[in-house]
Design a protein around this ligand. Structure first.
Ligand code: GTP
Ligand code: MG
Length: 425
């Protein structure tokens, strides 16, 4: 290839070629569909709303089934997240549905949103850990990341509670929030209209970002933009069937009439179901991955010290970050080692000098005792000598006395002899 051709080739980003015949890559979307269908889908819904607001009933109504549920107590010690996973099938499509209940939420004022935030983060963390593994199995990994949070608003007709605002504010960067007014049959039509406006204005003024149905795909742009204007959806849930005309419909029956769940002039249940399941389920899954998980991943990796560019804004690869971190770690390790060694040497020196001091003290003590002992010994010697002298003197006196005694005895025995001699003479 000539140099000019090469230049031209590299300057062109892409070229359009017309095919001479059928190649077959137009079947790629079909391949993708059949692969996805075979693999199945997962969808995870988080229900946040006060105890008894109608969460379980709405889930049963939405999926037209009866999920196992147990009533939550009003005396839970803290908010507890209870996930339950079900395998559902519609036509040949398998859906692994997880419904997570925030049990005990909103019951007492000391119950906050932290366990909910922690739960969402834990699911992101699990996914991140799987992604970072050397042997990843993302293909058959059970993705437990929350795709949507249905936030159940109490139908007070008044305004949002501060707990609602605080919770939604904390959750909005972590999950797609769809706010819904629960038990909408308990609020009048005109009140509901005002309530919806009030809720939306409160969300906007508090900077709470709720999920917006996407309008970039022209196939659903129109319906989604109409539905965005209907938020928050006012829903009624019921699994009871009531005869209306000659048809059995799901409804709630009251002494004054029947509220039909799937009647759009009665409530927004159908709108919610359409938006959540039929039109935007994939977008919710995608937003979770590309927006919320991406944000979590970025923050987490940055926290760990990974970055895309160096201080001069030059690309910085993961390998380079790893090497830098490794070097930093080794330097730190060396520094710590040196510090420990120095500490050890100091300690040894300290102990050595302490021992020497102790030895000197002992030596002094020994010398002192030795001196005392010698003095004592000297005194005893002195005493002994004195006693010996005394004993000698005593013995001498004793001998003298004995000598004297024997002489006097001799003298007294010779006296009668002399007298006798004298008499004879
Ligand atoms: P916990 O899981 O115990 O927190 O309750 P929950 O939020 O799951 O509420 P659940 O679905 O158990 O419903 C509680 C009560 O509210 C039941 O008596 C339901 O029949 C009733 N209920 C549910 N949905 C609606 C509704 O749309 N309107 C009215 N009026 N009542 C409803
Ligand atoms: Mg329930």
């Amino acid at each position: 290839m000539a140099a000019t051709d090469l230049e031209r080739f590299s300057n062109e980003e892409k070229r359009n070629l017309s095919l001479g015949g059928h190649v077959g890559f137009d079947s790629l979307p079909d391949q993708l569909v059949s692969k996805s269908v075979a693999q199945g889908f997962s969808f995870n819904i988080l229900c946040v709303g006060e105890t008894g607001i109608g969460k379980s009933t709405l889930m049963n109504t939405l999926f037209n089934t009866t999920f196992e549920t147990e009533e939550a107590s009003h005396y839970e010690k803290a908010v507890r997240l209870r996930p339950r996973t079900y395998d559902l099938q519609e036509s040949n499509v398998h859906l692994k549905l997880t419904i997570v209940d925030a049990v005990g939420f909103g019951d007492q004022i000391n119950k906050d949103e932290r366990p909910i935030v922690d739960y969402i983060d834990t699911q992101f963390e699990n996914y991140l850990q799987e992604e970072l593994k050397i042997r990843r199995s993302l293909f058959n990994y059970h993705d437990s990341r929350i795709h949507v949070c249905l936030y159940f608003i109490t139908p007070t007709g008044h305004s949002l509670k501060s707990l609602d605002l605080v919770t939604m504010k904390k959750l909005d960067c972590k999950v797609n929030i769809i706010p819904i007014i629960a038990k909408a049959d308990t609020i009048s039509k005109s009140e509901l209209h005002k309530f919806k406006i009030k809720i939306m204005s409160e969300l906007v003024s508090n900077g709470v970002q709720i999920y917006q149905f996407p309008t970039d795909d022209e196939a659903v742009a129109e319906i989604n933009s109409v539905m965005n204007a209907h938020l928050p959806f006012a829903v009624v849930g019921s699994t009871e069937e009531v005869k209306v005309g000659n048809k059995m419909v799901r409804a709630r029956q009251y002494p004054w009439g029947v509220v039909q769940v799937e009647n759009e002039s009665h409530c927004d249940f159908v709108k919610l179901r359409e938006m959540l399941i039929r039109v935007n389920m994939e977008d919710l899954r995608e937003q979770t991955h590309t927006r919320h998980y991406e944000l979590y991943r970025r923050c987490k990796l940055e926290e760990m010290g990974f970055k895309d560019t160096d201080p001069d804004s030059q690309p910085f690869s993961l390998q380079e970050t790893y090497e830098t971190k490794r070097k930093e770690f080794l330097c730190e390790l060396q520094r710590k080692e040196e510090e420990m060694r120095q500490m050890f040497v100091n300690k040894v020196k300290e102990t050595e000098s302490e021992l020497k001091e102790k030895e000197r003290e002992l030596h002094e003590k020994f010398e002192h005792l030795k001196r005392i002992h010698q003095e004592e010994k000297k005194k005893v010697e002195e005493k002994r000598r004195e006693l010996e002298e005394e004993m000698n003197a005593f013995n001498r006196r004793k001998v003298a006395v004995e000598t004297l005694q024997s002489q006097s005895l001799l003298a007294t025995s010779q006296q009668p002899l002399k007298k006798d001699k004298d008499k004879k003479n």
